[in-house]
Design a protein around this ligand. Structure first.
Ligand code: IPD
Length: 301
């Protein structure tokens, strides 16, 4: 019920702040260390993991299990270590302990914990906390999303009222991400879209228009949060995992954003509903689009 979700939100916010302290401690330790010996590689040399990703996930998993013993848990690091529970209709926490691990390692202060709850295969609650800036984003399905900053009242999202519409591509600020999949097909598709969005005349500009500019924040969850806030008009990425997007979906949608995804090559008309979390999303890769209200999808390759 709505009040159950509110209680869960209070607990997950408490937990996100606790995890945030550990993320800050880890960052201080990494920045003061003379080597990067604690940085490990997953599928390739740019898919990074640290002991803090694992430590934060263990903390969060332990506390969630003791508070909500019947809920399932999907986490980025447990998943890569082989713990892959089947997705059911039961309540399932979906957690990225540090989204933006590369930023975290480099000391670029855009990393967060992303903590989502899936119920009946739909994301229903999300908490995204960037401890470096002390920015906390929360969302509950049908109850709105908020930004909470130090010493201020919670701010309802989107921040601009009435919500800023995206009148056209030529006035848009768009987030794109390089991600860690550097295979030829993916990198060609991505860089082709980036270049077209930036207005490369050799590629034919979309609808005769180029975007104001492109940004890469290095964290999928923070891109969702920034679209929800209204600072970005659009976020497009190939290759997100559910823990990258679960919390962000709720926060962005509650702020009036639209989330779409597709397995097939993304087309201008594609607007498949991405609200449902499926086994396929868990094990495969999706194309993610988050856009502000008022425009048609604009990226394709
Ligand atoms: C990654 C970041 C990155 C995005 C990738 C994500 P991680 O998550 O959000 O910006 O491009 O798709 O997997 O590895 O930092 O948790």
């Amino acid at each position: 019920t709505a009040s159950d979700l509110k209680t869960i939100l209070d607990f997950t916010v408490f937990l996100a702040r606790k995890a945030g302290n550990l993320i800050l401690e880890g960052s201080a330790a990494i920045q003061s260390a003379s080597s990067e010996s604690n940085v490990g590689e997953k599928k390739n040399a740019v898919d990074l993991v640290t002991e803090y990703d694992v430590g934060v996930e263990e903390l969060v998993k332990r506390e969630l299990k003791s508070q909500y013993p019947t809920f399932n848990f999907i986490g980025e690091e447990s998943y890569s270590a082989g713990s892959r529970p089947p997705l059911t209709d039961e309540p399932t926490f979906c957690v990225d302990p540090i989204d933006g691990t590369t930023n975290f390692i480099h000391g670029f202060p855009f990393a967060c914990i992303s903590l989502g709850l899936i119920y009946k295969r739909r994301p229903v609650l999300g908490v995204i906390f960037n401890p470096f800036l002390d920015h906390l984003y929360t969302g509950i399905k049908d109850q709105g999303s908020y930004l909470i900053k130090p010493n201020t009242q919670p701010l309802r999202l989107p921040l601009s009222q009435p919500p800023k519409l995206l009148p056209s591509l030529s006035q848009a600020l768009i987030a794109v991400e390089w991600g860690s999949d550097r295979t030829l097909t993916t990198i060609n598709a991505k860089s082709g879209s980036f270049s077209r969005l930036a207005g490369n005349p050799a590629q034919g500009v979309i609808g005769g228009k180029m975007a104001h500019s492109l940004r890469s924040m290095g964290s999928a969850a923070l891109n969702f949060a920034m679209v929800a806030q209204g600072g970005l008009d659009f976020y497009w990425e190939i290759g997100c995992w559910p823990w990258d997007v679960c919390a962000g979906i709720v926060i962005a949608e509650e702020a009036g954003g639209v989330v779409s995804g597709s397995h097939s090559a993304f087309s201008q008309s594609s607007n498949e509903n991405f609200g449902v979390v499926t086994e396929e999303i868990l094990t495969g890769r999706k194309y993610i689009v988050v856009r502000a209200i008022g425009d048609t999808p604009i990226c394709y390759h």
